[in-house]
Design a protein around this ligand. Sequence first.
Ligand code: SAM
Length: 268
Amino acid sequence: MNSDHSPRTGFTAPAKKQLGQHFLADKYYVEKIVLAVDPKGDDRLVEIGPGQGAITFPLLRRHPKLTVIEFDRDLIVPLTEAAAPLGELTIVHSDVLRVNFTELAAGGTIRLVGNLPYNISSPILFHALDHAAAISDMTFMLQKEVVDRMAAGPGSKVYGRLSVMLQAFCEVKALFVVPPGAFRPPPKVDSAVVRLVPRDPATVGINDRKRFADVVRAAFGQRRKTLRNALNGVIDQTQFEAAGVRSDARAEQLEVADFIRLANLPHE
Ligand code: SAM
């Protein structure tokens, strides 16, 4: 390890593979993440998976109050002790997928941050979407391949369900790539940091979220097929015409707005 770039985390613990633990160990990237978050005033920051505190403690030095959600019980006491001299750290010891972000926001909004456990990164994203109205933004590190899918547009090979679902509800911006060597232990793949800003629910324009999710899932479920075939039994020819969408197109050619128009049509 290049000790010049090692962040001061206050403690170390062996990494647990089943919890997706790859600890960020390069100060340069820690600082880039903290700068990207740029905490201000009375922002309510919530970090998912603080681990050994690589991002937590630098954030706490910039911003005196922070809530973290950590599943690994072995990290709770060391995190509490190392944070004590720095600021006010509230630790929620829980599986993040069981945390109700809307309740956590208590009528306001929270800002989410996290070097996410990659094995459950998509479920965390969908969980956050369920609470989008309570979240003002999210700065997440994930596998680069997932960030590429999140940010992809029509015509791209990696444009798919994740791209459409996230872009319908959020602005998605890929920020920068982080190489495996920045982590201990190093993951097998490149990582990337992405910023998600939930859209104002009033402007999203989706009448029924479940119907929208069903249409998008069915369309990309058989992405090589024409929409007419992939959406057989979900959208009929008159509905394609009403939405102004060609039924001989493929899902990967449609804009997010096309999916919204298709899903918003009256249906049985
Ligand atoms: N933030 C630290 C860093 O950058 O070095 C650790 C990041 S590590 C990739 C992911 C963290 O998420 C670990 O601390 C792990 O224990 C935690 N984690 C894994 N599954 C979790 C879950 N379901 N709920 C909350 N935290 C979880």
